[in-house]
Design a protein around this ligand. Structure first.
Ligand SMILES: Nc1ncnc2c1ncn2[C@@H]1O[C@H](COP(=O)(O)OP(=O)(O)OP(=O)(O)O)[C@@H](O)[C@H]1O
Length: 259
């Protein structure tokens, strides 16, 4: 670990007062946190607690009504749209729960990874294919599947392909929405293992939304617990899970609540 990442001077993402309403209904309200380089933040809470709304606001898929989001010191809401788009192609990545939302199902596995490189300016066919092959290997997809379409892949393979497509351009910040949702337990375990290795090796900053406390236990350095759109507790993952302070977190941890 470098001195810089061990003692990061400034947060990569700094959020304050973030609020999103749907008419009279609150999506999320007054959310604030800092995310430092190389840090993984887990967001948990029962269905309807505002996790997806918050993630969508952070990733620029929804426009918040109030609040400030600083990315690398820059106010995202003040950035021109073109610059924001450039960031989401280069510095950021978004892993959807359903790989179909993050893949192009009619394009080969290699093409899915390669086209992201082309979107950031790569032009040399041999290099693009070589890098795509390398990334398929990193997510444990056999080299002889490079020309197959994702529709011929299992759910776990599709999710690993979506991860390769997202990471090939070297993002610094990765948003993940229930990345292990809908997969068998053994497939989930393998995917989590892979994700943990990639996050560590690449020094990624990650914001991961999940209803699965086992996922955050494994992946997240810090945890934010949401209820009715608000953050009710946040802290180091082990601390929050082993010694929850808020009654709602205590319910989540004791599994009384089905999240
Ligand atoms: N497009 C929308 N229009 C109106 N209300 C919405 C919309 N999306 C979310 N909401 C409301 O905002 C609140 C937060 O929902 P959100 O989907 O963010 O929760 P969540 O924690 O992600 O739930 P889940 O785990 O079920 O996805 C809920 O009350 C929900 O009904």
């Amino acid at each position: 670990m470098t001195l810089h990442s061990a003692f990061p001077a400034a947060p990569l993402l700094s959020v304050s007062g973030l609020t999103k309403r749907y008419g009279a209904r609150i999506g999320c309200a007054d959310v604030g946190f800092d995310l430092y380089p190389g840090e993984v933040l887990g967001i948990v809470g029962e269905s309807g607690s505002g996790k997806s709304t918050l993630l969508a606001c952070l990733a620029g898929h929804q426009v918040p009504d109030e609040g400030r989001i600083l990315y690398d010191g820059r106010d995202l809401r003040a950035l021109p749209e073109t610059e924001r788009r450039r960031l989401s192609r280069t510095d950021w990545a978004f892993v959807h729960q359903n790989p179909r939302d993050g893949l192009r199902m009619g394009v080969s596995a290699g093409g899915n990874v390669g086209e992201r490189l082309m979107a950031v300016g790569a032009r040399h066919y041999g290099q693009i294919r070589g890098k795509a092959a390398d990334w398929l290997g990193r997510v444990e997809i056999a080299a002889d599947r490079i020309d197959d379409r994702p529709s011929a892949f299992s759910g776990g393979m599709q999710q690993r392909l979506q991860i390769a497509r997202n990471l090939v351009t070297g993002p610094r910040l990765v948003f993940m929405d229930e990345p292990t949702g809908g997969l068998d337990v053994s497939v989930q375990a393998r995917l989590l293992d892979l994700l943990r290795g990639l996050v560590r090796d690449l020094g990624l900053s990650v914001i991961i939304v999940t209803h699965d406390l086992a996922v955050v236990r494994l992946l997240a350095d810090r945890l934010m617990v949401m209820k009715s759109g608000r953050v009710v507790e946040q802290g180091l993952t082990d601390q929050v899970l082993d010694d929850p302070q808020h009654a709602y977190t205590q319910l989540l941890v004791s599994s009384v609540l089905q999240v």
